[in-house]
Ligand binder design. Structure first.
Ligand code: NAP
Length: 273
């Protein structure tokens, strides 16, 4: 009998997290001996909460809001990827030590590659709407994949300026009010704001003005945001955000369980149900 592998996701609140559904689906599918739990840790108790996971023999855990930055101070090692993105979402525990990485950039890229098979990031100009936590990983991914120029626009311009420090030569900032003016200059448009999410206002953008760009939204609730609906109705190629969530879970699962899990339609339907 192999060891029982304990894993989970820490956050606060955590009840909404889809990660237990994804990981336990894979644990069952690959007939592994383990479990993945949602673990609520209050920000005031992060160090003790993580210490308890080490003592309980956890192999690792995912990290979600609001701990993605705070966990970095508790990690014994952080890889270059997470350091550049400025956040850790995946931690492996070995001999009581914490090793942090970030899989959001991987999730973003794999989702596009899986669902827009003829799209090539190399040499593309990109428009990134938003400069919050998720935008960091998206911009990092675009740079890694060889995008030519990245235009970032965000309601709070200072946050976009901070993000541009990743590569000032390739990243240009424009005012939020000017977002409709650059749609013809880019090959991919990515919404990383929370606009369009259930209970939030829609993203106000005249997407029908773009002719040749791939349009993707990292919001996945609803699966088809107004942005994606309008794009589809205008014959524009789209990719939804659910695949980013599913693909970002794969590297952590591999690190802890030694199996590279697949993203399937069955899993996507389960998570969206
Ligand atoms: P965040 O750090 O809170 O950032 C929110 C972003 O939305 C900021 O750029 C913010 O602009 C912008 N925003 C919010 N309200 C706005 C408004 N009324 N007008 C203009 N801009 C507005 O959140 P996050 O962690 O980056 O997540 C953003 C979204 O991505 C969420 O819906 C989340 O569920 C989704 N997400 C999906 C995945 C996935 O795997 N598919 C992964 C991560 C996140 P300001 O800077 O001006 O406030």
């Amino acid at each position: 009998m192999t060891d029982f592998i304990k894993t989970g996701v820490i956050g606060h609140p955590i009840a909404h997290s889809k990660s237990p559904l994804i990981h336990n689906y894979w644990i069952n599918k690959y007939r592994l001996n383990g479990t993945y739990k949602a673990i609520d840790i209050h920000p005031d108790n992060l160090q003790n909460g993580v210490g308890a996971l080490i003592n309980e023999g956890y192999s690792g855990f995912n990290v979600t809001i609001p701990h993605k930055i705070a966990i970095m101070a508790l990690c014994d090692e952080i890889d270059d990827l997470a350091r550049e993105i400025g956040a850790v979402n995946t931690v492996t525990i070995k001999n009581g030590k914490l090793y942090g990485t970030n899989t959001d950039a991987y999730g973003f890229v794999q989702n596009i590659k899986a669902n827009a098979t003829d799209f090539d990031f190399t040499g593309q100009n990109a428009l990134v709407l938003g400069a919050g936590g998720a935008a960091n990983a998206v911009v990092y991914a675009l740079l890694q994949e060889g995008a030519a120029q990245i235009i970032i626009t965000n309601r709070t311009k200072e946050k976009a300026q901070k993000l541009a420090q990743l590569n000032p030569d390739k990243i240009k900032i424009i005012d939020w009010d000017l977002r409709n003016n650059v749609l013809d200059d880019v090959g991919i448009i990515i919404n990383t704001t929370s606009l369009g999410m259930t209970k939030n206002p829609p993203l106000n953008i005249d997407i029908s003005k773009t002719q040749n760009a791939l349009v993707t939204d990292i919001v996945y609730a609803p699966l088809y945001t107004d942005l994606l609906k309008v794009a589809r109705n205008n014959g524009i190629k789209t990719v939804t955000g659910i695949g980013m969530l599913l693909h970002q879970a794969r590297p952590g699962f591999k690190l802890w369980n030694g199996v590279v899990p697949s993203v399937t339609k069955e899993l996507e339907d389960l998570v969206l149900s």
